[in-house]
Each structure stands twice: as structure tokens, then as C-alpha cells.
Design a binder for this molecule. Sequence first.
Ligand code: URA
Length: 434
Amino acid sequence: MRTVDLITRKRDGEELSPEELSFLVDGYTRGEIPDYQMAAFLMATFFSGMTDKEVGTMTELMLRSGETLDLSDIPGLKVDKHSTGGVGDKTSLISAPIAAAAGAKIPMISGRALGFTGGTLDKLEAIPGFRTNLTVDEIKAQVAKIGLAFAGQSSQLTPTDGLIYALRDASGTVESVPLIASSIMSKKLAEGIDALVLDVKVGAGAFIKRQIHARELAQLMVAIGRRNNKKVIALLTDMNQPLGYAIGNALEIMEVSQTLQNGGPVDLTRLSLELAARMIHLGKVTATIEEARELAQAKLLDGSGFRKLKEVIAAQGGNPQVLDRFDLLPNATGMREIVTPRGGYVAGIDAQLIGQAATLIGAGRSTKDDVIDPAVGVILDVKMGAKVDGNTVLCRLYYRDDANVEEAAELVEDAFRISASAPEERELILEVVS
Ligand code: URA
């Protein structure tokens, strides 16, 4: 078998057999196939796609490249939630504590920021002292004791996905439905969970821009779950404007705190509650989704979701007081307001441009090895539909180093579309795939 023949066959739209895919993927993992050939194969896949059988094989190959966690010691069904990546998406930090307070068992293994999207691990690490590098035994003990642990993917879990993901990031091939499906599902199957709630983001601030492709991705991941005896449900959700008002790690922790005390943005609260309800239901804490929704709402209103997050922060080495005293979190030193030159209605806030601006001032990563500044980011003053006069502040940039502030400000100015008439209200939850 020759690598170049497999690349050209994929380029020409042919289906590769499991043996051929294994030759490529395993060969790349062992370092026998160079980056340039694997990148060419990924680009061929980007354009030609993969059959469902190929996606199943890719998932299996990446899953088998590492270990699989055994969480069977933890009583009850284990459920996780995963987002395909968005801007201002801090729903995991709200929905998981609420679902855990309701009795769900959640070993949450999360990722880091990449491109213009944020990552749950980076947000948590904005809390001084918070440890995400838990061992499997620590995850088990914490989930058994308090129902929730937030951990990072260890190098033992799906190492091939780590290698291929980095190459996709550098070769412009992240936005491929079959590659995203196999990447996410290999990691989730390796976690040893029973059920999974997926938040498939669609729109400007997501890797997938069109609902038809988001649906295809959701259906693929649900089918992979089913074939592996996992109950998977996917919500397709709008990611055209950022979720909530805060984008940037410590800023998002502050918004999480407000939301868990029922003082958060409407869109963020609604989506987090629905995701929590889905976790509660799939984790079989309640018999129906309606009961799960009521329970999630109750756990928000009585403050037990908020207390659960404090418990998790304390268990993982952080100071839970950060949720009450924001001065204990890293804080920016500079602030720049972005003002609208004219009045009208906010008809659009391009989440990708806002995410790119936040990345430029240090809130995200342009390459995998970039270091994040937890203090910096963007706070929106308005959301879509708001009526603004000339000179209204649209958002604020919080920074510590002013090197890229000018460029970031230009991106943010371009992100806001002001029009004479009010925009139509958009649905936040577009579709459910199960
Ligand atoms: N998140 C992942 O883990 N993988 C992808 O390919 C995209 C988002």
C-alpha cells in the first residue's frame, strides 16, 4: 500500500477500506507517515467527505490509539456534555453543576480554546489554583463523592486525535463534518460514559456555519453513539452572536457565577438549563424530560447549582470565594470602549470576529502552544435587537498588553451591524437530534 495512492483515491471521492484507513492513521501515529502527506489526506477528506462507514472506522482507530477509562466503579449512569465549540460558550460550567446538584454523575473531560473558540479547561484555570490534570482515580473519587469532576484529556486518551487535531488546525481542515464527528466521538467513547449531551453550534461563531451541515454532524455523532451502546442526544444551537455578554476566561467565570445565582443573561440561562435538563434525563435521574426541566430550574433557583460549583472548585484546589469576590480572579489593567457611530438597532454581532478579537488580545490561542492571559477579553454592552443611539457603548475590550488592541478594536467594530429596523428574533435552540 502506498500513502500517495490513498490520498489520490480520497481526493477523487472514493471510499477507503478499514485496512487502508488503518494504514494511514496508525502509520501517522507511529511517525511513519509525514505531516505533509497526512495534511494532504485531511484536505482531500475536507473536500470529498467520508462515508458513514469511514467515519465509524476513523472513530474506532482514534479510540483504540489510547486507553479507555473504566468508570464502572461509580454507581449510576455517567453522563457528559460536549460543545463543538463557540464564542462565550460557558454553558458547561453552569449546566454541569446544576445537573450534578440534581443527582447526575458527571465525569466531564473538556478541551482547550482553539481558533476563535473558547475552551472549558482554560476558563476553569482562570481560577487561581484550580487543577484540571486529575488522575483517573481522582476523577472517580470526586464523581462518587460530589457528582462532578472537570478534567483535561490525558495524553493516554485518544493520542491520535491530539496529533490529527493539531495538524487540522495548521492545515485549514478543522471545519470538516466527518473529521469533527470522529474527533469528538473518539474522545467521548474513551471516557467510559453511558450517555452524552452534545451542543452542536451553528453560525458565524462556530466551525459549522450552516444548519444543514450541523444536522449532518449531529446525526453522525448520534449514530456513532448508538452503535457503541451510548445514549446520545444533540441540540443544534445558534452561535451567530456570542452567548451571554462575556468572552474571555476570568470574565466568563464571573458571568457563570452571576448566572448560577439566577442573575445571568437570558440566552445563557435558557440554554444552560435545557442542557442540564437533558443531562439529568439521560442520566435517568428523572423519568421524563419535563420533570428534568423542573428539577434543573429548582436547582438553579435554590442556589444548589451555585453551591455545587463552589464544592467542585474547592475539591480541585481553587478558592470557591472567587465566585463571590471577583477581585480574587485575574483582572485586566486596560479597558477600551467601542462606541457606535450611529443610532439604530443592533442587527448582528458576528461571533467569529468577536472571538478573533478576544484571541488577539490574549484570551485565546492562535496556535496550540500559545499561552492564554486569563484576565483579558471582551464584554458586550448590548445584544442583538438592542436599540442604540449614536455614541452608545457596544462593548469593552479588557486587556493587559496593548500590542494588539488597535487591531482587535477594528475587528470588533466590524462585528456589529447596526440597521434602521429591529432584526427578527432568532431561535436559540434550533433542533434536537436523537
Ligand atoms: N472539538 C473537537 O474535539 N474536535 C473537533 O474536531 C472540533 C471540535
